[in-house]
Design a protein around this ligand. Sequence first.
Ligand SMILES: O=C(O)C(=O)C[C@H](O)[C@H](O)CO
Length: 312
Amino acid sequence: MSTLLAIGECMVELVPKGVSECQQSFAGDTYNALVYAKRFAGQLNCELFSAVGEDVLSINMLKKWKQEGISSKQVIQTADHNVGIYAISTDQHGERSFDYWRNQSAAKHMMELYEKQPFDLGLGKSDWIFFSGISLAILDDASKRVLLDLLASLKQQGCTIAFDPNYRARMWQSKAHAIDWLERAYQISDLVLPGLDDHYTLFGHDNIDEIVQYCQQFSINEVVIKAGSKGMQVFCQNNLTAQCSFNPAPQQVDSTAAGDSFAGTYLAARMTHHEPQSALHIADKVASQVVQHQGAILPFDVYQALNLSSAK
Ligand SMILES: O=C(O)C(=O)C[C@H](O)[C@H](O)CO
């Protein structure tokens, strides 16, 4: 059984319902991707490397992961910090924005805790590892370095590294700070999933070709570009290998996790030997459904109704 390890932070997710109630679940970009990977390819062993607290919400979170089939063997639990929280707001077009309560979260300390950990967490047993710009942004710079060094050594041991830049401006000191770390991440990645919006904001790239050209300075095997209304394209060893035109959802309710569901499904499809073209179509289908529902994770029955088994 192949293993996909995601690295990052899962939080309590709140969707306010009126003034005094919230729909509560658990989400965070790399965790979201992992859930969608597991749903698409149940045969994969899906694990999250993170840190959580010992508070009641952290404990519930671990129970939820279990229900989703996500392993928490690689999770470090600490009594010193609690789980982070975020709340989703949506505008009239279903575009989401987030408020965060995560400055003191356990996940921010995951690399310090990892270095003090007396046991081998067995991260090197992973076949693929997925991390994001948010996985880096939550860490202080010294911990970012520890994480990237760890990933570089896991890559040497044979793990395939996948990275989604997932830029969140307010989590970085400046654009230059984000670019510096993002480029270090690109340098060690085998597969990347850049979005045109992020590349436009950070580098001024305003089309797919500019992103492809920029990526040529790194030795990335597979570049999966999400360009919104300009569609999606996959480049393997710099050659256009697959593409999919923009397929807007009939109604967008909440854009949360559109990119994460796409990334997780794409990775799971590639890990289970789908060609890029097939992986792209399936991932797009999942993302179009995700934006029609509130919150990051689709209810299981809604996911099942997508009937992706015919694509397997
Ligand atoms: O913004 C973050 O850090 C999150 O991980 C929350 C959301 O689940 C994620 O951004 C959706 O893509």
